[in-house]
Design a protein around this ligand. Structure first.
Ligand SMILES: [Zn+2]
Length: 386
C-alpha cells in the first residue's frame, strides 16, 4: 500500500503508522503511484467503484464492499445542459461511502480494533456502516444539532455516538483531542488521504458514463472539500494517463452563511479567510476553517474554476425544484443546483467577482452536478419557496 507524504515538508510515513497529520502540522497526501486504469478491461468489470482498481491505493475486500459506486448520471429536466449524478443512492445514502469503504478496508488490513471519526453527519453514517461490516468498533463525534435521521443511522450500525455541543468546529476539536490513542485509526475523511482516493472514483465514473469524456464544468459543494479534491485527483489522473483530453473547470459552491473559501477566492488569497460562520440549512458544508483549505483553493484555480455561494433561500428553492423532478435530496445537496439556477436566471449577486466568473462556467454546454445526500436524512426544512 502506498505511503503518506506531507504536503508541506515532504516527510514520508508508512500508512501502517496510523498517522493522520505530519509532525510539522502539514496535511498528508498519498505518495504518487501509477494510477493508470486499464480502459480496455473496464466493460468486463464489476459495476462498482472497484472497477478502477489500478487507481486505488488498496485492493477490494469482498467481505466489506457493498457494491458502492457507479451511481446513475441522468439529465436534469429543467436545465437541459446539466447532468445530475445521483450519489445519494449509495448504500448509506451519501457519496461518503466511496471513501468510507476504502478506510474500512484499510483498517481491516492493518488489523486495528477500533476507529474514530468526526463528521457533520454523512461521513459518520458511512463510517459507522462500513466499520460495522468490517467488524471494527467505531466512535463518531458529531455536533449535537446533527439531523436525527443521521444519528439514527449511526446508532443502527452500532457506532458509539458522541454528541458535541456547539459548532462543527467544536466537534473537530473534540475529535482531535481524542485522536492518537495507540491502535485506534482516526478514520478522518478530512485528514486521511486514502479517503480522497476512494471519493475520486466519482470523477472516474463521470468520465466513463459520458462515453469516456469529461464535461466542461463540474460543480461541487465545498465545506471540507473531500469531493472537490477527489474530483481534482481523478481529472488530473485521467488527463495524465491520456484517457481524457481536458480538465473540467471546477465550480465550488458554499453556503453564504459560512463561506471562507468563497471569500478567499474573491480576495485572491491562498488560504481560507477566518470567520465564525452562522447557521445554514446546508449543514454538510458549514465548515468555518477547512484544514485542506489551501489545497482546495489551489485545485480550483488550477482548473480555471471559481467558488461561489448561495443563500439558504436559494438552496431551499433548488431543493424544491429537484423534488419536482422526482429527486428528494438533503439541503446540502441542493446548493450546486441552486448555483446553476442562479447563473441561468442571472440572479447572482452582481457585486460578487466570483459570481461573474461562475456565470459562464455554469451555463457551459456540459455541466455535471452531484446530488450527494438523500432527503430523508434531513426531511425537515421543506418550506416551499416558489
Ligand atoms: Zn510536514
Amino acid at each position: 500500500m502506498p505511503d503518506l507524504v506531507c504536503s508541506d515538508c515532504g516527510t514520508i510515513y508508512p500508512v501502517e503508522s496510523l498517522i493522520w497529520l505530519c509532525s510539522c502540522g502539514g496535511m498528508l497526501d498519498v505518495v504518487a503511484f501509477d494510477t493508470t486504469v486499464d480502459a480496455a478491461a473496464l466493460p468486463g468489470r464489476a459495476p462498482s467503484l472497484w472497477r478502477y482498481a489500478e487507481a486505488l491505493p488498496i485492493a477490494a475486500d469482498p467481505t466489506i464492499t457493498l457494491g458502492e459506486g457507479l451511481s446513475p448520471l441522468v439529465p436534469a429536466r429543467a436545465l437541459p445542459h446539466v447532468q445530475l449524478k445521483l450519489d445519494f443512492l449509495l448504500p448509506t445514502l451519501s457519496f461518503k461511502d466511496r471513501g468510507a469503504v476504502v478506510l474500512a478496508t484499510l483498517a481491516k488490513q492493518l488489523r486495528v480494533e477500533s476507529a474514530m471519526v468526526d463528521s457533520s453527519g454523512n461521513a459518520g453514517t458511512a463510517m459507522a456502516a462500513y466499520f460495522s461490516r468490517a467488524g471494527i468498533d467505531c466512535t463518531v463525534y458529531v455536533p449535537e444539532s446533527t439531523s436525527p435521521g443521521k444519528l439514527a443511522q449511526m446508532r443502527a450500525h452500532g457506532a458509539t455516538v458522541e454528541l458535541v455541543p456547539g459548532s462543527r468546529a467544536d466537534t473537530s476539536a473534540a475529535a482531535l483531542r481524542a485522536a492518537g490513542q495507540p491502535g485506534v485509526l482516526y478514520a478522518s475523511h478530512v485528514y486521511h488521504p486514502y479517503f480522497l482516493h476512494g471519493v475520486k472514483t466519482y470523477g472516474y465514473e463521470i468520465w466513463e458514463q459520458r462515453g469516456r469524456s469529461l464535461p466542461e464544468t463540474v460543480v461541487v459543494p465545498v465545506g471540507n472539500g473531500t469531493m472537490l479534491l477527489g474530483c481534482y485527483l481523478a481529472f488530473s489522473e485521467l488527463v495524465a494517463a491520456g484517457l481524457a483530453e481536458w480538465m473540467p473547470r471546477i465550480v465550488a459552491v458554499q453556503a453564504s452563511a459560512c463561506a471562507p473559501l468563497e471569500q478567499a477566492m474573491a480576495q485572491g488569497l491562498d488560504s481560507p479567510v477566518t470567520l465564525d460562520g452562522s447557521a445554514t440549512i446546508a449543514e454538510g458544508i458549514a465548515i468555518a476553517a477547512p484544514p485542506r483549505g489551501r489545497q482546495i483553493l489551489a485545485a480550483v484555480r488550477a482548473t480555471g474554476g471559481t467558488i461561489v455561494s448561495v443563500t439558504d433561500r436559494q438552496t431551499a428553492a433548488a431543493r424544491q425544484e429537484l423534488a419536482d423532478e422526482g429527486l428528494f435530496v438533503e439541503p446540502t445537496s441542493a446548493v450546486c443546483f441552486a448555483a446553476v439556477r442562479a447563473a441561468v436566471d442571472q440572479t447572482f449577486d452582481s457585486a460578487s467577482r466570483t459570481s461573474a466568473a461562475a456565470e459562464s462556467l455554469l451555463t457551459a454546454e456540459s455541466v455535471v452536478v452531484p446530488l450527494c445526500g438523500a432527503g430523508l436524512k434531513s426531511p425537515t426544512s421543506t418550506t416551499r419557496y416558489s
